[in-house]
Every structure is written in C-alpha cells, then in structure tokens.
Design a protein around this ligand. Sequence first.
Ligand SMILES: [Zn+2]
Length: 162
Amino acid sequence: MALERLWAPWRLEYVQHADEQDGCIFCRAAESRGDEEQLVVHRGERAFVMLNKFPYASGHLLVAPYRHGPNFGELDDDEALEIHRLGAEGLDALRAVYAPDGFNLGWNIGRIAGVGIPDHGHLHVVPRWAGDTNFMPVLADVKVIPEHLLATRAKLADAWPR
Ligand SMILES: [Zn+2]
C-alpha cells in the first residue's frame, strides 16, 4: 500500500502532462548547451542529471543516459555504473542543500508504471522529509513546490560533489 502510494505521483504526472510534451525532454536536454534553461544539474560522460519539471519534492532529480532507448535492463555496463554513481552524487548534493531525512530512488518501466516519457530510461532520485506523506494528494501539483526550479538547479549544481 505504501509503495503504491509512493509511486502513484508519477502516474498522475504522466496523465496530466503526457499530451503537452513535444519530443524527448532527455534528448533535448542532452543536446542543449543551455543547462539552466533545460534544468540540467550535472553532466557526466555517458549520463547526466536534470531536475524533474513536475517534481514530487524540491530537488527531485532524474538521472538519464545520453543515449535514447535503453531502460533499466538495457543499459550497457558503463551507463549503468555512471548512472549509479551520479545517483549517489545526487544524494550528496541534496544532503548538502536540503538535509532531507531520506530518499527514494527508482525506475518506472512501462506506461502503466507511470512512464510519461517513452523510451528514454531514467532514474528518479526523490528526497523525503518526515511528514511529507501528508502532501501525497497534491504531489503532482507544481504549486506545492516551495522553491523555484531555477534556484533549485543552481544550488544543486553548486553543491555537486565533483
Ligand atoms: Zn531521448
């Protein structure tokens, strides 16, 4: 039950925003030079980190390979390792900026599981605070996010551990 509630937000997000998306947001961010505009927090060699535009919480990160196509089971070894490492660095950056009480990390695979951006796999890194489950019913509402996304991006980029 708790798990179902936890992952439901991304299903809502998909329902609300799937029709608004033009192309692949990950490919657009990967190819762009405008990290701020694209909300890219950090770039690695084979993968990069960006903010979720429709975040569940301040600092909700998405870690994706540059390559369009692979999901969790299809990443090559270098991509899998780098996404793991970038996720771990994301925890450090989020700890430094927001001091969360915990995190949820996970992959949504298939539209039924909440995937709103088909065919470009990504790892969700979501900071959690004690009591934040109280906000579950309004998770997908951007208005509940207390800090502007650009400010969040700048803070996390500055706090990135390397
Ligand atoms: Zn893509």
